[in-house]
Ligand binder design. Structure first.
Ligand code: ASP
Length: 438
């Protein structure tokens, strides 16, 4: 059994959290490979090391100096090293001096911001007494910045064969010239997934500071139920809609390989967490989770015979593409279609421009907008093929006195609908109560 464990920024924040991480790793011999983030916040108001590094890079470009940002990082790293008494296994002063020098020489933003993970992994490896493997030697990016999966798999598989245990920094890799390249922010989750796949892991444990996913946003529903299992597909929809425990690109490497992901809490390791799997048993008519977001606009189009003729929808989509506006949903009726997108994509008169272009190109009867919409998704494999699940969702919303402005059911596993932003919280609470309290 091989487990790859990714530890997030709060797990790497200070000596005390590194102690917890070591305990977690040592309590289960199959937890062989750890992928770590840069130290995060120790308390509210403090800045994450990665944020300080971005700032340090900007300062370096502007003035030729780091300002105080790199000093703060040095103090934090040295503090952890001293508190954990790493002096025999790691020359932290020399490491920090070399890192500072290299940052100044390379003058690369990606290199600079990757040093948070690099230093955290050096500390963790020394503290745990296992080899440090540099992600720059394992995770391969192409010249265009995309991940070379095949080359990465080969390199990681080879390196891990030679070591039973290791600590690997998350967030970055390198191209073939040795230039460091980073994943997007929050990307250590992706590094962990990539390592899990290449290691042929049985489980990818993602250790963070919450005990998995909740059925609904706790800022809206008081003390919501926990989700024990989710499918990759259900997670994709919930994450798209704003449930943000895990970077969404984490899914893709492990989903292909069928490796389950388990979200666990470093600060409550006894909690079960949420496990994400390919498929799961679900009771008919149940939902797994609810999510939603405000800030949507629909552009609604009416055109006689749009539903009979070929090519009208293509033209609409081309106009969206031409204006760089991503499409979220496309609910349609007979001769009517609504294009739903996040309102921020339509700023600066873009909605009017799109409407003019659509009117001109399609010779429509009417084009209008619905603004101030909130999108809600009720998600669950259990909705598939069961009688009445969608009706229960909509009945709950109706009983709360909320008007549904748009409905879309792209698949039988998710029902998506829009309400006015002012009704958002009420609608979510009503559906939550219908499915999880009654
Ligand atoms: N440290 C990086 C960030 O703050 C990557 C990560 O933690 O996943 O975005």
């Amino acid at each position: 059994m091989i487990k790859v464990c990714k530890f997030g920024g709060t797990s790497m924040a200070c000596a005390e959290t590194l102690r917890r991480v070591k305990e977690i790793l040592q309590s289960d011999p199959s937890r062989r490979y750890a992928v770590v983030s840069a130290p995060g916040k120790r308390f509210g108001g403090e800045r994450k090391v990665t944020d300080l590094l971005y700032e340090a890079h900007r300062e370096l470009e502007r003035t030729g100096n780091f300002g105080e940002n790199f000093e703060k990082i040095k103090i934090r790293i040295k503090g952890v090293s001293d508190e954990l008494r790493l002096e025999k296994s790691l020359d932290t002063d020399a490491l920090l001096r070399a890192t500072e020098r290299e940052i100044k020489e390379r003058k690369s933003e990606a290199f600079t911001v990757s040093r948070g993970e690099y230093l955290a992994a050096k500390l963790m490896a020394a503290y745990q007494g296992v080899p440090f493997l540099d992600a720059a030697d394992l995770i391969v990016f192409r010249g265009d910045g995309t991940l070379d999966e095949a080359a990465t798999d080969r390199k990681i598989a080879k390196a891990l064969k030679e070591t039973e245990r290791a600590v690997i920094p998350g967030f970055y890799g390198a191209d073939e010239k040795g230039n460091v390249v980073c994943f997007p922010r929050g990307g250590s989750d992706i590094s962990g997934a990539v390592v899990a796949r290449a290691a042929g892991a049985d489980l990818y444990e993602n250790w963070t500071d919450v005990s998995g996913f909740l059925v609904c946003d706790p800022r809206i529903v008081e003390n919501p139920a926990k989700i024990e299992t989710l499918t990759y597909r259900e997670l994709r929809t919930l994450s798209y809609m704003g449930a943000s425990v895990l970077h969404i690109e984490t899914l893709f490497p492990v989903r292909e390989a069928g490796i389950p992901i388990r979200i666990l809490n470093t600060f409550r390791p006894e909690d079960k967490g949420t496990t994400i799997v390919k498929s799961r048993k679900t009771a008919a008519g149940t939902i797994a989770g609810l999510a939603g977001k405000k800030g949507y606009t629909a552009i609604c189009i009416e055109k006689t015979l749009l539903s009979d003729r070929v090519g009208g929808v293509r033209k609409i989509l081309e106009i969206l593409d031409g204006n760089g506006v991503p499409l979220c949903l496309l609910p349609s009726g007979i001769d009517r279609i609504s294009v739903l997108t996040e309102s921020e994509h339509l700023r600066g008169g873009k909605a009017e421009k799109l409407m003019r272009e659509i009117e001109g190109e399609l010779r429509t009867e009417r084009v209008w907008t619905m603004t101030g919409l909130a999108l809600i998704a009720a998600v669950g494999q259990g909705m598939q093929g069961s009688v009445g699940a969608a009706a229960r969702v909509l009945k709950a919303v109706a009983q709360a006195g909320v008007n549904v402005r748009l409905i879309d059911q792209g698949s039988q596993e998710e029902l998506l609908f829009c309400v006015d932003e002012g009704d958002f919280e009420r609608a979510l609470r009503a559906v939550y109560e219908e499915f999880f309290i009654r």
